[in-house]
Design a binder for this molecule. Structure first.
Ligand code: ZN
Length: 314
C-alpha cells in the first residue's frame, strides 16, 4: 500500500520531468575533450563529441547533424589555439547561444611553424595567404602535457558550473579527484621516461603532435611532416630524417592513429627499423581499443615509447 502511494504521488510526477530538463547538453569538439568532460560531468550531463574516436580533428568535415548539436547545446567546449577552425565557422552559422568554453585558456602556448601537418590548422583563408617564409602559430596540442591538463580541467569545470550551478558540488568533487589522478599519472610518466638513458630519448612520429609532451618530459620528437610547410614532406626532407635516424641510432619509430602511414612506412623500409606500433596523438580509440580514455592514452603511448626508445627487442 505504502509503495503504491509513493509511486502515484503527484509530487513525484512533477519532480521527474523537471529533473530531466536540468541535465545540461554539452558538446565537445573532439574525443579527448569529451572524455575529460565526462570525467567531470559524469551522468549529470548529456555529452556529445563532434570529432569522434580515431578521427582527425584538424581537417574535420562537420555534418549537418553536428550543426544541430551546436544549436541545442548549453555548453560547447573547444580546445582553442587554432585547433578547430571548422568549429568556429559552425558556431558562427548555427545560431548557438550557449556558453563557449576554451579549454586552453590560461596556457602560454609553444609556437610552431604554420602548415606543420599539411592540415588547415587555422581556418578559412590561411591557405590563400601570400606571405613568404614560415609563419609562427600557436601549437594547439596542449593535452599532451598532463601538467597543462590541469588548465583544461579548470576551464571545463568552470563552464559546467556556470551552465548548471545546482551541479557545482558534484562537478568540483569530480574535478578534484580527476586532477589528482592526472597529477599521479604525470609522476608515473616521468618515472617511465627515466628508465630510458637520456641520449636515447628520441622518437620519430608522423606529425608533430608531441611538442608539449617533449618539453614536459624531456623527449625529442622528429616528424617528417613537422619540418615541412607543405602537405607532404619533400624527398630531400625525408632523406635527411633517414640519415639522422641512422647517425643517432634512433629506434623508436611510430605511426599515429589518425594520420597517413605512407611516409613512415618508407622510413621504416629505408632504415631497416620496425614501426613500433601506433601512438594516440589527437584522438582516442574506440571503447574496445587501447586508448578509450585520456588516461588510457598516456598509459598506452608510454608502454610503446619506453621499450622502443631503449631499443628493446620488439
Ligand atoms: Zn595534430
Amino acid at each position: 500500500m505504502l509503495r503504491r502511494a509513493i509511486l502515484f504521488s503527484p509530487a513525484l510526477l512533477l519532480i521527474r520531468p523537471a529533473h530531466a530538463q536540468q541535465r545540461p547538453s554539452v558538446t565537445a569538439s573532439f574525443s579527448i575533450l569529451a572524455d575529460m568532460t565526462r570525467q567531470i560531468g559524469g551522468e549529470r550531463i548529456a555529452l556529445r563529441a563532434i570529432a569522434g574516436p580515431d578521427q582527425d580533428a584538424h581537417g574535420f568535415q562537420p555534418k549537418p547533424s553536428d550543426a544541430a548539436a551546436l544549436t541545442n547545446a548549453a555548453v560547447v567546449i573547444r580546445n582553442g589555439l587554432g585547433f578547430e577552425g571548422w568549429l568556429d565557422r559552425m558556431i558562427r552559422s548555427s545560431g548557438f547561444k550557449g556558453a563557449l568554453v576554451t579549454a586552453t585558456d590560461g596556457i602560454t602556448p609553444r609556437m610552431m611553424q604554420a602548415h606543420h601537418h599539411g592540415h588547415d590548422h587555422g581556418g578559412a583563408g590561411r591557405r590563400h595567404n601570400h606571405s613568404v617564409g614560415p609563419r609562427q602559430v600557436p601549437d594547439p596540442h596542449g593535452w599532451q602535457d598532463l601538467g597543462l591538463a590541469q588548465h583544461y580541467i579548470r576551464n571545463i569545470t568552470g563552464g559546467l558550473v556556470a551552465a548548471d550551478p545546482a551541479g557545482e558540488a558534484l562537478y568540483r568533487r569530480n574535478a578534484e579527484a580527476y586532477a589528482a589522478r592526472l597529477a599521479a599519472l604525470d609522476q608515473w610518466v616521468r618515472a617511465e621516461i627515466a628508465k630510458v638513458p637520456a641520449a636515447r630519448r628520441k622518437i620519430v612520429t608522423s606529425h608533430d603532435a608531441f611538442g608539449y609532451f617533449g618539453e614536459a618530459y624531456g623527449v625529442r620528437f622528429l616528424a617528417p611532416q613537422g619540418v615541412s610547410t607543405e602537405a607532404e614532406p619533400s624527398a630531400a626532407e625525408v632523406g635527411r630524417l633517414i640519415r639522422q635516424i641512422k647517425a643517432e641510432n634512433i629506434t623508436a619509430l611510430f605511426m599515429e592513429n589518425m594520420t597517413n602511414p605512407a611516409t613512415l612506412q618508407r622510413i621504416a623500409q629505408e632504415t631497416g627499423l620496425r614501426v613500433r606500433g601506433r601512438l594516440y596523438a589527437d584522438a582516442l580509440s574506440a571503447e574496445t581499443g587501447p586508448a578509450p580514455t585520456y588516461e588510457a592514452m598516456f598509459r598506452h603511448n608510454l608502454s610503446l615509447m619506453v621499450p622502443a626508445m631503449r631499443g628493446d627487442a620488439p
